[in-house]
Design a protein around this ligand. Structure first.
Ligand code: ATP
Length: 370
């Protein structure tokens, strides 16, 4: 299998959605969505059920046309180009292999309908099956394969045509956790090796963070934020993204100082410096909410200067870390989640212990109170 050649135009963008709108009756599934997917990029569409991610993917696939805006693949406007004329590889939740065909015939299908020469088909099917580690299984029928193997056949079938774009819609949701993890790693290795532009749909935020070059977080037919996993996780642009992606504690504080691109937020006895973001122009002393990840809170001995003080009310051992729940006594009965690496926190901070809480420098984002 070959790496896709650069487009003749030299355009860095493989798929471009320009102000795309899609309606189903009165439902507006997508509101003027714009997104540029770079060549070779692994782009994830992440969002809750009904936010429009599958609709965006289906538009790229050509299952229906947009009501407004335009879609370009490799620089060509494809709004009304039928699916079979787009060089697209697809793998969906139900991998829909042809049950009566062998593994080899399933993988060969896309090449046959494109009238590829028989010897060439044999060679490319062999390569695709080697890529997904299924060499030797050519003559089996899908029912003689495990769920993970069937998923690999589906991937080989999607890749064998050397697609311009690979479209994946929740491809691993039917697999158990372990298999899902190993399939994710393999998919990413294969995707990198081939350099194939990929659009991946999921509502699983950890899958999105671990796999993607960039992700687009969607809600109600809009892209709320586009960025790398670290940008999205560390610098969410609004409350929705901050709460949807990863766990977040919300601590009410006051705006203490505005200093160019940074602001200082007073939380209890501490001052926490965070990016000014949406707080540019806000009034000093205004109440703000600081969103902080559980691993950026630390427990301290009670009595010292801290952001909050409270009582440990629960511990959950998670293997690599411990989740500790703290009922705050000095604020509007906030319950905070503190994530501590290792297992030592289990004995150091038992249930019932009085604790203080501090916040890692420069971690967190603050939003004005609506
Ligand atoms: P999920 O994770 O549940 O698949 P999603 O984010 O992929 O959700 P979409 O399937 O894109 O969401 O749906 C977006 C909106 O458009 C929803 O309100 C949905 O009900 C509606 N919708 C999608 N497809 C159709 C259709 N063929 N006919 C009518 N409404 C549709």
């Amino acid at each position: 299998m070959t790496k896709p050649a650069s487009a003749a135009s030299g355009d860095e963008i493989a798929v471009r959605f320009n102000a795309v709108t899609k309606r189903f009756g009165k439902t507006v599934a997508l509101h003027e969505v714009s997104l540029a997917v770079r060549r070779g990029e692994f782009m994830t569409l992440l969002g809750p059920s009904g936010c429009g991610k599958t609709t965006l993917l289906n538009l790229a696939a050509g299952f229906f046309s947009p009501d407004g805006g335009e879609i370009l693949i490799d620089g060509e406007r494809v709004n009304d180009l039928p699916t079979y004329r787009r060089e697209i590889g697809m793998m969906f939740q139900n991998y829909a292999l042809f049950p009566h065909m062998t593994v080899a015939a399933n993988v060969a299908y896309g090449l046959k309908v494109r009238h590829v020469d028989k010897h060439e088909i044999g060679r490319r099917v062999g390569e695709a099956l080697a890529l997904v580690k299924l060499t030797g299984m050519e003559d089996r029928k899908p029912r003689q394969l495990s769920g993970g193997q069937q998923q690999r056949v589906a991937l080989a079938r999607a890749l064998v045509i050397n697609p311009t774009v690979l479209l994946l819609d929740e491809p691993f949701s039917a697999l158990d956790k372990n298999l899902r993890g190993s399939m994710q790693v393999e998919l990413r290795e294969i995707q990198r090796k081939l350099g194939v532009t990929t659009i991946f749909v999921t509502h699983d935020q950890s899958e999105a963070l671990s796999l993607s070059d960039r992700l687009a977080v969607m809600s109600e037919g809009h892209i709320r934020q586009l960025g790398t996993p670290t940008e999205i996780y560390r610098r969410p642009c609004d409350r929705f993204v901050a709460s949807f992606v990863g766990d977040a504690n919300v601590l009410r504080g006051r705006l203490d100082r505005i200093d160019g691109t940074q602001v200082s937020v007073a939380i209890g006895a501490l001052r926490v410096s965070v990016p000014s973001g949406s707080l540019q122009g806000a009034q000093l002393s205004a109440p703000v909410d600081l969103y902080v990840r559980p691993e950026h809170l630390q427990l301290t001995e009670a009595g010292g200067p801290c952001a909050r003080s409270g009582t440990i009310v629960g511990q959950v051992y998670q293997g690599g870390h411990v989740d500790l729940f703290v009922e705050c006594t000095d604020s509007r009965s906030e319950r905070l989640l503190v994530r501590s690496a290792g297992y030592q926190a289990m004995t150091r901070w038992p249930v019932g212990a009085q604790v203080g809480i501090s916040i890692s420098a420069d971690e967190g984002v603050a939003f004005a109170i609506p």
